[in-house]
Design a protein around this ligand. Structure first.
Ligand code: A2P
Length: 258
């Protein structure tokens, strides 16, 4: 079985380190990918109001037969809803058909600041247990710090783009220093550089796919990886990450890519 490694959040909850990413899922994949992922052992699904697919994610969870409490669901507040965060969060829950989500993020900073007007509303919903963990996405270090300085409930998560070619070392270090977990979106670099010679060399030597190597690199950096795929075989293969390890030399070689 795979997909069982977890990262402890500052709320005390365990967040599965492998999630299905769902941005731009289309066709059959939009309706079936969540079911395929759960069958393959994934226990975390990442969606967003902005992706327009929360109802498909919710339906996939319901038909899977996997108990609700066994799955960690992340969704996000769209930029256009910063003026009505409470309503927007509750609408996301309605579309998902869930009483609560495990993690709710401000999808993007709304302006130059840390959205200190939105945050207290998320804190309220967190207290009401509708949002079990609250956090941010695409927040650079100064905004994370600004939020930490004023929040009653510190953010549990920052979701950022991260793969060996785009490696926001400063954000990962600052978040980990402040007990904020990192979720990596586009952990495959949108598959655009999986043919990189250094990635291929490691993959061939270990008998793994380039995608598995790149995802494993993220896991070993202590972040959750959210690979998106609408293809059943790739979803399954991307989930086989917990029966091998990259050595120090391979990590260093991959680190040198970005
Ligand atoms: P598809 O949905 O057809 O599988 P990222 O998660 O970094 O944003 O990357 C998503 C992109 O990578 C999608 O285009 C997805 O296409 C593709 N992809 C997902 N898994 C694999 C894989 N194992 N090998 C090659 N491409 C993949």
């Amino acid at each position: 079985m795979n997909g069982q490694a977890t990262i402890k959040l500052n709320t005390g909850a365990e967040m599965p380190a492998l999630a299905l990413g769902t941005w731009r899922l289309s066709g059959t994949g939009r309706e079936q990918a969540v079911g395929w992922a759960l069958e393959a052992g994934y226990r975390h699904v990442d969606t967003a109001a902005m992706y327009g697919n929360e109802q498909f994610v919710g339906a996939g969870l319901r038909v899977s037969g996997v108990p609700r409490d066994a799955v960690f669901v992340t969704t996000k507040l769209a930029g256009w809803d910063h003026v009505r965060p409470r309503e927007a969060a509750l609408e996301s829950l309605d579309r998902l058909g869930l009483e609560h989500v495990d993690c709710y993020l401000i999808h993007w900073p709304g302006g130059s600041g840390a959205d200190l007007d939105v945050w207290p509303v998320l804190e309220e919903l967190h207290t009401e247990r509708r949002l079990k963990a609250i956090g941010v996405s695409n927040y650079p270090v100064p905004l994370v710090q600004e939020l930490l300085d004023s929040a009653d409930v510190p953010p549990a998560v920052n979701q950022v783009e991260m793969n060996p070619f785009t490696h926001p070392r400063d954000i990962v270090a600052a978040c980990h220093d402040s007990a904020i977990a990192v979720q990596a979106y586009s952990p495959l670099g949108k598959a655009s550089r999986l043919d990189d010679p250094r990635v291929r060399e490691v993959a061939e030597r270990l008998g793994r796919t380039p995608a598995q190597v790149v995802l494993r690199w993220g896991i070993q950096h202590g972040v959750a990886v959210l690979p998106k795929s609408g293809d059943r075989e790739r979803i399954e293969a991307n989930g086989r990450l917990f029966d091998f390890e990259l050595g120090g030399d391979d990590m260093a070689s991959l680190d040198s890519l970005g």
